[in-house]
Ligand binder design. Structure first.
Ligand code: 5GP
Ligand code: ZN
Length: 112
């Protein structure tokens, strides 16, 4: 089982901030912003590139959960960044879809 599946299964501890039928959201262990939460689907899908048409609703649930977490953690009004790193050059290190919810400071562009 992958690391994020283990977190979903509560076999690896995490600081969970939100959960629903489709997703689990928990604080990143190495935050790069005052608010840094990962939203993961409970279903294992390795990356956005591996998502299929049948995952369309799931991808929507991930984004909506990101918005919900941003409101919960009070970064919605000031703005926030939602990021899916995808594959090697995309900077993806854990092969289970995760949406980074980043906020609480101004974000730069272009990203590194
Ligand atoms: P990626 O680089 O794949 O886009 O993002 C993976 C993220 O997972 C990184 O920001 C990293 O800090 C976080 N991470 C890695 N291992 C763990 C862990 O065991 N627990 C938590 N909460 N976050 C983790
Ligand atoms: Zn997984």
């Amino acid at each position: 089982m992958c690391l994020f599946c283990q977190i979903v299964a509560r076999e690896v501890p995490a600081n969970v901030v939100y959960e629903n039928e489709h997703v689990l959201a928990f604080k990143d262990v190495a935050p790069v912003a005052p608010c840094h939460v990962l939203v993961v689907p409970k279903k294992h899908v390795a990356s956005v590139a591996d998502a299929e048409a049948e995952d369309a609703m799931l991808l929507g649930h991930i984004l909506l959960a990101g918005n919900h977490v941003a409101r919960m953690l009070d970064v919605s009004a000031s703005g926030y960044r939602l990021v899916f790193n995808n594959g090697r050059d995309g900077g993806q290190h854990v092969a289970h879809i995760h949406l980074h919810v980043l906020g609480g400071r101004p974000m730069r562009w272009p990203p590194g």
